[in-house]
Design a protein around this ligand. Structure first.
Ligand SMILES: Nc1ncnc2c1ncn2[C@@H]1O[C@H](COP(=O)(O)OP(=O)(O)OP(=O)(O)O)[C@@H](O)[C@H]1O
Ligand SMILES: [Mg+2]
Length: 385
């Protein structure tokens, strides 16, 4: 059946951060109206969507009433009021990805149980209700160092994750219901974005390699394609396909994986939405992750994920010690470098390590792209006035 896309079609996007903004921009190439729900009137997507709706993504009424205004709902964050989405689904609203899938992914404990049930390799884990239970388990020898604690709900950008290597790290234990999982000896962190439409067609983007900034616990540099041998590439892609298919997901799914020092792949976590590790697709892949998400949720054939040019993506993070109205330094110089594509999200205020924008650098070789990205990293700064 031909999918209806008319100028009257209203796509609702929950939250209007940079991912929402880039999704709105992709949708604007089609004849689709975009409605964005966000608590902040000055959020990045507010300037380019068809209609901005002020409201909190965690509030039942705000999400429910927003859902009533649109023909289909998607989201750019995981933390959405799930009861409101479920009620909307019950009433027949199209929601992609499905709220039942989001409910599993929102909770790291349920996510880990899903991997275990489907025999998907992810480090061994136990669930704890609070800090005291964890301390008791340590005392009784039921739990051994090193391990990683993850709050089941509400974590993002590494907040809600604590790596506990030995007794000295005990003070870093977090309070709340959490997953405790084995520490993986990570050789590389990689990510694959998979897309799937209602017909069950699946396509994966090329694998990216992520380099982390330890201090900010954020991705610092992302390299596409990752340098991996062919057997690891196909194993990783098979895993991403297995996960998106077992979830029966309509939309896109970013699958974060670890490659350990023995070349074994472990699933870290998944995100059922556009992902930071897919920013580069706007320029470096025939179909961007945003267009692919739209194709998937409108049940169109999925687009080509062919790489056009090797790419490196760097986040433009707010400078440490800078808090206030933002100004950007070094833009002109960076624009003079061939292949440098600058994205500024339009956030009015900078804060230390806040994601203010990103830069994708395209070049004919990955090494050239890395070199150029290093220059951009030195020159381009988000500072306060
Ligand atoms: N089991 C593990 N072993 C070793 N390191 C881990 C483990 N789990 C997480 N980490 C480290 O902590 C980082 C953040 O963990 P995770 O991705 O689960 O958190 P998050 O806050 O949901 O992430 P995001 O930054 O993607 O929003 C990982 O990218 C990895 O560097
Ligand atoms: Mg992560």
């Amino acid at each position: 059946m031909e999918q209806l896309v008319t100028s009257e079609f209203k796509l609702g996007i929950i939250a209007g951060g940079q991912l929402g903004k880039m999704l709105v921009l992709a949708a604007s190439n089609w004849d689709v109206k975009t409605f964005v729900l966000d608590a902040d009137e000055q959020c990045p997507a507010s300037t380019c969507c068809t209609q901005f709706v002020k409201g909190n993504h965690l509030d039942f009424d705000d999400v429910y009433n927003f859902g009533k205004m649109v023909d289909m709902i998607t989201f750019e964050i995981e933390s959405v009021n799930i009861d409101a989405l479920k009620k909307l689904k019950q009433e027949g609203k199209r929601i992609n990805p499905d709220p039942d899938i989001l409910e599993i992914i929102q909770d790291k404990g349920l996510q880990k149980q899903f991997y275990a049930q489907h025999k998907i390799p992810s480090s061994s884990f136990k669930l704890f209700n609070n800090k005291i239970e964890i301390e008791n388990a340590l005392r009784q020898g039921e739990l051994k160092f090193p391990f990683v604690q993850k709050l089941c709900k509400g974590g993002y950008d590494g907040k809600g994750v604590s790596v506990i290597k030995n007794e000295n790290d005990i003070n870093n234990l977090l309070e709340g219901i959490s997953v405790i999982e084995d520490l993986v000896e990570i050789a590389k962190e990689i990510s694959i974005i998979a897309a799937r439409n209602e017909r069950g067609e699946v396509r994966c983007f090329p694998i990216v390699e992520m380099e982390f900034n330890e201090k900010a616990n954020l991705i610092e540099k992302l390299i596409c394609p990752a340098s991996l041998n062919d057997s690891i590439v196909s194993e990783a892609i098979d895993l991403a396909i297995k996960i998106i298919s077992s979830l029966n997901l309509r939309g896109i799914l970013a699958v974060e994986m670890f490659l350990d020092k023995e070349n074994k792949i472990w699933i870290n976590e998944v995100a059922p939405r556009p992902h930071n590790s897919g920013h580069h697709t706007i320029e470096s892949i025939v179909t961007s992750q945003y267009e692919q998400l739209l194709r998937a949720i409108f049940n169109f054939p999925l687009g080509s994920t062919q790489l056009k040019l090797p790419a490196v993506m760097i986040n433009l993070l707010g400078e440490p010690d800078h808090d206030g109205a933002v100004k950007y330094e070094g833009i002109t110089e960076c624009m003079s470098i061939d292949g440098v594509k600058i994205h500024l999200y339009g956030k009015k205020k900078t804060k230390p390590f806040r994601k203010m924008g990103h830069v994708t650098v395209l070049a004919s070789t990955i090494n050239e792209a890395i070199e150029k990205a290093e220059i951009v990293k030195q020159k381009l700064k988000a500072k306060a006035w």
